[in-house]
Design a protein around this ligand. Structure first.
Ligand code: GLV
Ligand code: MN
Ligand code: MN
Ligand code: MN
Length: 414
């Protein structure tokens, strides 16, 4: 039996082939993927993952949020499982690796342990969380949020996509409502391996990011009410222009984020104009502000300032303004023992590494509420993600998976 410290590595070719096979499901329009949560493509991706898990000797269980848990038993019947998780859903114009790398590396860890004859004391569970992306149904990390007790199950089921379809109905439609109660499981530890989705590791020429923290976020959905009117015949001083109010708020968010440097970001990624016609001033505008920081005081301070200044902007224009927080989690500090296990695994393998703070949200952020948790990152080309051009190399992918294998075996015990 191979013990940690000997030549214990994953099968890089098999991991890469699995990534390429999954990427065939829900192809995008520019070489990436559109496998949004609870679509037919998501259902097809789940089926393939299930087949692979069962072929690897794992047993699948699904909870009421549709989250998939594939278990490889341990040798100690009383030991709590070590979890490896991430997501198979993508953005509408997503890459092939965001989330998918973490799930399929979990699978590869199991396949490699099978090949190497490694039996762990603790069971190992590979997890595919439902709706990590939040592109179709806000908030992001919805299923892990329910799992951690931070989001109500009924609230999750009631979330609507832009066509008005609910999460609950769509989960039923694709046939993935499981029997298991959400959050009933206890975890010995949780690991998530993910591409960085930013430029730091590549710029620093490091193979592995040892993730110590994740920044917190607020998603604020603004609904502005103006008056629909003819863009040609309505005098400038007689307009109640919700679009103008939105433009001023977008600029203000940029200013607030810039004035909170370093360590804060803020922007607007989604906007809906109604009626969205060239020659009608919009009567209604809905858009979402996304602000993030690893510093709790800065994060909450930015939110308060943005809401106050938005109210002033709208008042000056006679535009109605309401705000709903549709996504939130606090900054996270990952478990020091697991962080050290990741660092040691990278060192034992001779991989270059550095500490890093996750800029993106991950299911690990909710898992950290209920279990010791941490993450591993690999670089991605040009820091590009949430873009179909997202790219990594086979060597980057397998280096992180090697670290994951080693850290999981160390934590699960042999
Ligand atoms: C989720 O993918 C996020 O970080 O926005
Ligand atoms: Mn992701
Ligand atoms: Mn993502
Ligand atoms: Mn994410």
């Amino acid at each position: 039996m191979a013990a940690p410290g000997e030549n214990m590595r994953v099968n890089a070719d098999r991991l890469w082939d699995s990534l390429m096979e999954m990427a065939k499901i829900g192809p995008g329009v520019a070489g990436g993927n559109n496998r949004q949560t609870l679509t037919d493509a998501d259902a097809e991706g789940r089926k393939l993952f299930k087949r692979w898990c069962e072929a690897g000797g794992m047993t699948l269980s699904v909870d009421k949020m549709g989250t998939m848990f594939a278990t490889r038993p341990g040798t100690d019947p009383d030991a709590l499982p070590v979890y490896i998780g991430s997501h198979l859903d993508t953005q509408p114009t997503g890459g092939k690796y965001d989330g998918v790398l973490g799930v399929l590396s979990g699978l590869e860890v199991i396949r490699s342990m099978n090949d190497l004859g490694i039996r762990t004391k603790h069971p190992v569970v590979v997890t595919n969380w439902t709706n990590e992306e939040g592109a179709r149904f806000a908030p992001a990390m919805l299923a892990s949020g329910v799992f951690a007790g931070a989001i109500d199950l009924e609230y999750a089921y009631s979330r609507k996509d832009p066509d008005g379809k609910t999460f609950g109905d769509e989960l039923k439609r694709i046939g993935w409502v499981g029997e298991e109660e959400v959050g009933a499981r206890k975890m010995h530890a949780y690991f998530e391996y993910h591409i960085e989705q930013g430029p730091i590791l590549e710029a620093e020429n490091k193979q592995i990011g040892v993730v110590t923290h994740c920044q917190g976020l607020w998603w604020l959905e603004f609904t502005l009410t103006g008056r629909e009117a003819h863009t040609g015949s309505t005098p400038m001083n007689m307009r109640v222009n919700a679009g103008l109010a939105m433009a001023r708020i977008v600029e203000m968010v940029q200013t607030v984020a810039m004035e909170n440097q370093p360590g804060c970001v803020g922007g607007v990624g989604q906007m809906f104009f109604s009626p969205n016609s060239r020659n009608v001033l919009p009567g209604k505008v809905v858009f979402t502000v996304d602000i993030r920081s690893p510093d709790q005081a800065k994060l909450d301070g930015m939110r308060a300032r943005i809401e106050a200044e938005a109210a002033e902007i709208c008042e000056a224009l006679g535009v109605g303004c309401s705000v709903e927080a549709v996504g939130h989690f606090d900054p996270v500090t990952f478990d020091p023992t697991l962080v050290s296990a990741v660092r040691k695994a990278a060192e034992d393998l001779g991989y270059s590494h550095m500490n890093i703070i996750s800029g993106a949200g991950h299911d690990a952020c909710w898992a950290a509420k209920v279990a010791p948790a941490t993450m591993i990152m690999c670089p991605c080309v040009g820091g590009l993600s949430h873009n179909e051009a997202e790219d990594i190399s086979k060597e980057w992918a397998s280096a992180g998976a090697d670290v994951l294998l080693r850290a999981v075996v160390e934590t699960a015990g042999i």
